[in-house]
Design a protein around this ligand. Sequence first.
Ligand SMILES: Cc1cc2nc3c(=O)[nH]c(=O)nc-3n(C[C@H](O)[C@H](O)[C@H](O)COP(=O)(O)OP(=O)(O)OC[C@H]3O[C@@H](n4cnc5c(N)ncnc54)[C@H](O)[C@@H]3O)c2cc1C
Length: 490
Amino acid sequence: MRMTEHAVVIAGGGPAGMMLAAELALAGVDVVVVERRPDHVLAGSRAGGVHSRTIELLDQRGVADRFLAEGNTVQVATFGTTVLDMSDFPTRHPYTLGLFQSHIERILAAWIAELPVHTRYGCEVTGFAQDDAGVDVRLSDGEPLRGRYLVGCDGGRSLIRRAAGIEFPGWDATRSNLIAEVEMAEEPEEGIRHDDAGVQALGRVEDGKTIRVVLTERQLGSGSEPTLQDLSEALIAVYGTDFGVHSPTWISRFTDMTRQAAAYRDRQVLLAGDAAHVHYPAGGQGLSLAVQDAVNLGWKLAQVVQGTSPESLLDTYQDERHPVTARALRYTMAQTALQRRDDRIQAVVDVVSELASMDEPRKRLAGLISALDIHYDLGEGHPLLGRRMPDLDLVAADGPLRVFELLHDARPLLLNLGEPGDFDITPWADRVQLIDAGYKGEWELPVLGVVSAPTAVLVRPDGYVAWVGNGTDAGLSAALTKWFGLPTAA
Ligand SMILES: Cc1cc2nc3c(=O)[nH]c(=O)nc-3n(C[C@H](O)[C@H](O)[C@H](O)COP(=O)(O)OP(=O)(O)OC[C@H]3O[C@@H](n4cnc5c(N)ncnc54)[C@H](O)[C@@H]3O)c2cc1C
């Protein structure tokens, strides 16, 4: 059988896999997504939405409106029971987008279908063997497939992670939840309640007849797939009745197991999304983290595949994403602890709620949950260094322009806000766009507040600032070389 080759093979076409495929395709990399489902359709609605920075990442690619048009923007970032209103954050999207994962995946699938992405549905990765130059990927249909890189975006039980022998340290589950979509013969008690086990919730979904159920189990549930009988018993334990539950379209179980891959890369194999980290869904971090991983990795992997950058650029993926995610995992662990309701935990919740309603803690926590406060450690310097580039309203030669519009093609950007023509980056002009523009407003960053105005910024394709100018080009060549490769000889 003839071997099929692609530069990058992605195992798993969930949010991480599809976002990574889009990033690679935008950068001109030949990529295939191998997804075991027969199509993009997801059983059950799963995650409830994405937070502010993730909406910004989609906006940077010009597709945020597709998602916003189908969901609701809401203030639901919480710590304990305190809702952390972020409507005063300096972003175009100071909210969470409430939109079920089934819709998010449908919209992502439609987007990547417009891009040069190969997708193989109904096919499972069953193993791989890597050598110095690439990876032979084994598929359930027996067809040989090879990639220079294989990225495991295959979810929390990742076969790629296990086959690569990557350790997955963390904390075992202490509690489990049943999640289901069902119909009920009787009128259910809609709403969220907390009891000594944890959170219990019943709510009607858009179609008006389906009830989404989330129940905390009294006993830690087993690894086997839950049944309608399990669900009925759990409903009776909480509500005293199962409300005549019937016709489930989805019953699943999740736990508070919290683990993070010790390494995000083993030579030609990388991990992203749930394959690299799992946690309790409290606070709705999982899908957002998956998309953020993909956007951090995509352009780096593209440059390595294309020979623009050395393999060492890939080390920055773990250096940057591991600490950010470790912090998010700690937040979810704290959230889980606060959901248990005995009198002492209630006392903690009361104290935390009081603190979280104060301005400074509110901003800190909302910055973390929204991921707007991410600060990759790119060294000492201006506060913008390693932080997200704000979506400023610029005035360029051709008229008004938003910064994010300049990132739609996922190309690096040198934004000159000083005298036009101040910079000459000819040796990188094949890779980096240089835009002269004016900006008169303040530079306000989420959580940090107003910072001094730079005269120029070098922005990576993922929207993070790699160099800040203060009237000279000192350090610019080094930053261009570090992030976007050696200068081209004249
Ligand atoms: C019950 C439940 C409720 C959740 N609720 C929330 C929430 O409210 N908010 C939130 O943010 N997050 C929530 N999450 C987490 C969120 O769904 C995940 O974090 C998110 O889906 C991660 O995306 P991913 O692409 O990394 O992995 P996944 O979405 O798991 O995608 C992995 C993909 O890989 C495919 N696959 C797996 N193995 C193979 C293989 N060997 N070969 C080919 N394909 C393979 C799978 O079919 C799947 O499509 C929830 C998760 C669960 C299970």
